[in-house]
Design a protein around this ligand. Sequence first.
Ligand code: AKG
Length: 318
Amino acid sequence: MAPSRPLMRGIRPPRVFSTRPGGGGRVSPYAVALGALLIASAFLLALIAFGVFSLPVSAPNLATTAGGGETESGSTEESGGSESHSARSRARRDLSEGLGERGAQWTEVISWEPRAFVYHNFLSKEECEYLIGLAKPRMEKSTVVDSTTGKSKDSRVRTSSGMFLRRGRDKVIRAIERRIADYTFIPAEHGEGLQVLHYEVGQKYEPHFDYFLDEFNTKNGGQRMATILMYLSDVEEGGETIFPDANVNSSSLPWHNELSECARKGLAVKPKMGDALLFWSMNPDATLDPLSLHGGCPVIRGNKWSSTKWMHVGEYKT
Ligand SMILES: O=C(O)CCC(=O)C(=O)O
């Protein structure tokens, strides 16, 4: 009698996937593809997480930065069609917000010793008028800082009137302060509040340093390292900002003949509504720059409105 066959005969054992050589199983190609996809995604995520790789994001065309002799112009047309151009304009507007339309912007290096630059059309006409309008009702006789007590005191050195606008006070001021930070690379938190100044005929600010030579005044934010002076009005005659010790042959400058007698004694900038003068009181090695001595010449005809922002080495608590 033939031996009876085992009952299990003919029933295939369940297939086992094995990665061992000779394991006997076969790996499904779908599983391989899925596995490879998972590994690739995990690898990509790890690269993004560690900052080795970044996804392409369209960056807005940033405003100009300090120190360059050449910059973008607001009126420059770029290739890429009107749609991308308007997207870029929108991005630029979002960055600088503020009020009104600014004219064409460019910067000029006016001196390397001290380091001084003029940024044309830094503010719009509307922004200048806005700052004057805020300040006008609250102007007081300007003071200077007493180097021993740190308190404000009256002085014949400075005969203008002025007032401070609190840092971050409103949307327009925040936009201007952000613009200053973008230009100078100094964070807005390092700046004092904007000071608005008004000079009438005969009023002036004798040459002085913006940095301090005492310890009292550097407790908040450390030393003042740079100043941006924004002209809020034109001045018919006089009122120039002068650097008497600048290492520049100012008599050879094309605008020399248009300057007042006071301004011819050094390197001078003639106030023009919307323009900003940036200069550094400290050298790049953090030493003080005595060539940054500067002052405001007396106004001879008209009125001068300006706004000053002093920027410190560290955060300035307001
Ligand atoms: O008004 C000017 O031209 C000079 C102002 C100034 O020196 C200052 O605010 O520190």
